[in-house]
Structures are given as structure tokens and as C-alpha cells.
Design a protein around this ligand. Sequence first.
Ligand SMILES: Cc1cc2nc3c(=O)[nH]c(=O)nc-3n(C[C@H](O)[C@H](O)[C@H](O)COP(=O)(O)O)c2cc1C
Length: 179
Amino acid sequence: MENLLDLLRLRRSTRVFKDTQISPELVEMLMQATLMAPSSKRSNPWEFVLVDEPATIQTLAACKKHGSQFLEKAPLAVVVLADPSRSDVWVEDASIAAILLQLEAEDLGLGSCWIQVRLRQTADGEDAEAYVRKVLNVPDHLSVLAIIAVGVKAEERKPFDESKMQWEKVHLNGYGHDE
Ligand SMILES: Cc1cc2nc3c(=O)[nH]c(=O)nc-3n(C[C@H](O)[C@H](O)[C@H](O)COP(=O)(O)O)c2cc1C
């Protein structure tokens, strides 16, 4: 990897994984990157549950009606939790940690995909957060933001298409000054 921009171009969501376990060394590096995440006032309100038991991963894959089923075939699910009583900006803090995890995965040659849990429902209309909390026995004071599926890529994705880069969303010195 030449530089961070190259890494960002290559990182695309991976939803198809090889049937290969991730070594403990790589899992440790993933979590090293995650635990270095900046957070407001260094409150570090996040916690993470690493899930590598296939049966539990399968159960987690049913946490939503759409957009979570592919987790079934992932060797690792990182469930991103946070304690809202520790930070009023826990969503931001936990999201930053989650994207660092995804970027470290890419840097290690692994694929990953974010599965949104917060504000989502299961196929039965149950709150997806409550579902995940029950499956993993998560204490009540922790909220569930997302699950990051991680594994060895079994699909080729094109790098980010820079012709679609939305420069029009970048404004200099306010709206209307840069036209
Ligand atoms: C906050 C957030 C929630 C997402 N939720 C899901 C999800 O529930 N299921 C899924 O398959 N992908 C999910 N994604 C992945 C997006 O669909 C993906 O990042 C987007 O389409 C851009 O594609 P790319 O990651 O390949 O560049 C989510 C991404 C973000 C940032």
C-alpha cells in the first residue's frame, strides 16, 4: 500500500467471504487499530464483542430483514457497542472506531462490511438492538451500533470510481462563493 488514499480507494464493502478463519494475530491487529480510535474527551464509551462461533454468527445474521443475512458466511463478527451514559456523542465515537476497524481490515488484506443495527428492526418487527443484546447477553447500559463482518474476500470489487467523486459537495468559504 503506497499511501492512505490508495487504501481508501480499495476499501469497498465485502459481503462474500472465503471459508477461512482469521488468525489470532490478525484479529489482534484489527482490535489494536480499533482501540486507538479518537473519542470525545477520551471517554472511550465503546466496547466490542468478537464473535467467531458459527452458530452465534448465524443467529446474528438474522438481526434484520434486509442487509444482514450475508453475515452467515463471515468467519468473524465484531459487534460495536457503546455506553451512552459515558458520552453524549457515543454514536460518533463508536462509528469512528468501527471505520478504523474496517480500514485496518483492508490494510491487512481482509474484507469487511458494516451492518447497521441501531434504529433497525428484525423481520418480525423486533428492535434489532434488543435482538443482538439478547443473543450476546449484552448488559442493558450498552447500546448496539453495528456489526462489522470481517473475513477473507471471496469477491472482487472495483476500487472507488473517482469519476463519481462529489466535488460539488465541497464548498469554499461558505455556500455560493465558489461558483
Ligand atoms: C452507517 C452505515 C450503515 C450500513 N449498513 C449496512 C447494512 O446494514 N448492510 C449492508 O450490507 N451494508 C451496509 N453498509 C455498507 C454500505 O452499503 C456501503 O458502504 C455503501 O453502499 C458504499 O459501498 P462501499 O462500502 O463498497 O464503498 C452500511 C454502511 C454504513 C456507513
